[in-house]
Design a protein around this ligand. Sequence first.
Ligand SMILES: NC(=O)C1=CN([C@@H]2O[C@H](COP(=O)(O)OP(=O)(O)OC[C@H]3O[C@@H](n4cnc5c(N)ncnc54)[C@H](O)[C@@H]3O)[C@@H](O)[C@H]2O)C=CC1
Ligand SMILES: CC(=O)C(=O)O
Ligand SMILES: [Mg+2]
Length: 604
Amino acid sequence: MWKLARFAAASNIARSRRFSAAIPGPCIVHKRGADILHDPWFNKDTGFPLTERDRLGLRGLLPPRVISFEQQYDRFMNSFRSLENNTQGQSDKVVSLAKWRILNRLHDRNETLYYRVLIDNIKEFAPIIYTPTVGLVCQNYSGLFRRPRGMYFSAKDKGEMMSMIYNWPAHEVDMIVLTDGSRILGLGDLGVQGIGIPIGKLDVYVAAAGINPQRILPVMLDVGTNNQKLLEDRLYLGLRQPRLEGEEYLSIVDEFMEAVHARWPKAIVQFEDFQMKWAFETLERYQKRFCMFNDDIQGTAGVALAGLLGTVRAQGRPLTDFVNQKIVVVGAGSAGLGVLKMAIKAVAKISGCSDLAAKSLFYLIDKDGLVTTDRNNLDPAAAPFAKNPRELEGLTEGASIIEVVKKIKPHVLLGLSGVGGIFNDEVLKAMRESVSTKPAIFAMSNPTMNAECTAIDAFKHAGENIVFASGSPFENVDLGNGKVGHVNQANNMYLFPGIGLGTLLSGSHLITDGMLQAAAECLASYMAEEDISNGVLYPSVDSIRDVTAEVGAAVLRAAVEEELAEGHGDVGPRELSHMSKDETVEYVRSNMWYPVYSPLVHEK
Ligand SMILES: NC(=O)C1=CN([C@@H]2O[C@H](COP(=O)(O)OP(=O)(O)OC[C@H]3O[C@@H](n4cnc5c(N)ncnc54)[C@H](O)[C@@H]3O)[C@@H](O)[C@H]2O)C=CC1
Ligand SMILES: CC(=O)C(=O)O
Ligand SMILES: [Mg+2]
């Protein structure tokens, strides 16, 4: 497929072509001398040409030789490779943190070079700046902290946020990722240390969607933590108080959202890793007022839906067969319930059945087992998906995963529980009895330690004909005799960058269900039949810019259809509505920022 080839892994030829790209337009800078060297947005290290050194008062502040961008790139990659060699034999944790540190130092020093190495090596570096290593970084944040990144709003800042927001140095902000640190991946409440997640997600935005890094803002809303270990840790950098609750909590989030909206009315706010109750409540509260979405509920749902549709195709069945699938979802949190909501709508749409009929495909399990209407204190959020035990033929309230799998013999077993290893040998072996010709196992919880099972165990116990996907990356599995068990990465990183970029370019002031559904449908149809039949449901992370261009275009076109598109920059709603599908993809692609050194022009 041409589109897959376009942004395939950076071969040397492709790279050298990019290094000799046309001269970029100038960039205005309001500082001079050492201040520029200490600003990672503008710093070029030894790459400043001599004329620029003169113009900007840098002469004498750098060693005399000018090093090209390509040489700087190679120098960094050589250091990275030496680090890999020098850390051989050390624990995974030590190696991962060492890799994160070397990348982070570059990020802090020279963003242009940092994002270039990230874009060109996204498959290798995503597991460092994103899941799983970002989880380890968050767990150790207070010890790893050297310099701040993003903004921190705390419960102590109540009443001050409207002025604080102006402390951010950039005039324009397009994309904000916000967390309160209450449910960081599957690692629980990490308080202020959760800032690593917005930083990592925004790095993916820059790498995958080409959002300009000068227009991104990671934000931590520190309302305290209920993590006793952190409260007792003398190095902990957040507020040492229990989390705010109820109206006190909401008033902090309200104030932040209003402050953002006042300064940057078009900025998109992605809510990330909020505990379930606040994830749903804030989505409900803001989705019709602000340009926002919740990635764990909505982004994850779209990626899982694309995977579920892929599993129907992988069995050689038409999509209308979705209605005959049996799907067990383990985890009734923000992610699991988000998946159910979107998937049920999709089943009803594809097969023309009622929502009620669509619901009957799904079995929901949480920490107390199978969710049924017999449950005492049934969570209202899970209630719409609770089974009537009278219709279950032998399964009762609270049935365990193994009981449900043995009884139902599902086509798909999907985990969003945050509990590592919960798909144990027995559960995986029971999946051999699945009624599907290609049973699917999605161990979507992050980071790696929290995955419901490993790829090796899945292929070993559930059989070689399964389709496997995980939230964090695993290596493909060698099945012997030259056969390979393909590992898909079912992670919302395939959607959120396109949702953000498509919304930004549409100029819509809201993110609607229609726009999100368009994103999911686009991802679902991205893979060719041949790949799908080989169990390859998602594209390689190497082609993430291409995926994002397609997803972004789908989101933009949905906004146009819903008459929400107000345009962006010089391109107004009329021009957007006249673009063909291919033109929209090209338009989105051409708006992706790409890291090159721009000539710097000083202005007072
Ligand atoms: N792959 C991806 O793109 C994404 C993965 N996730 C992952 O999903 C996980 C859950 O996220 P949320 O839904 O936001 O968390 P959550 O805390 O809202 O929900 C967790 C759910 O798992 C259930 N659970 C806990 N222990 C269980 C057990 N022993 N058996 C069965 N169910 C159990 C809980 O009852 C709850 O319903 C996290 O690990 C997160 O990293 C979340 C979003 C995206
Ligand atoms: C991927 C993601 O958003 C999560 O694990 O929470
Ligand atoms: Mg998340």
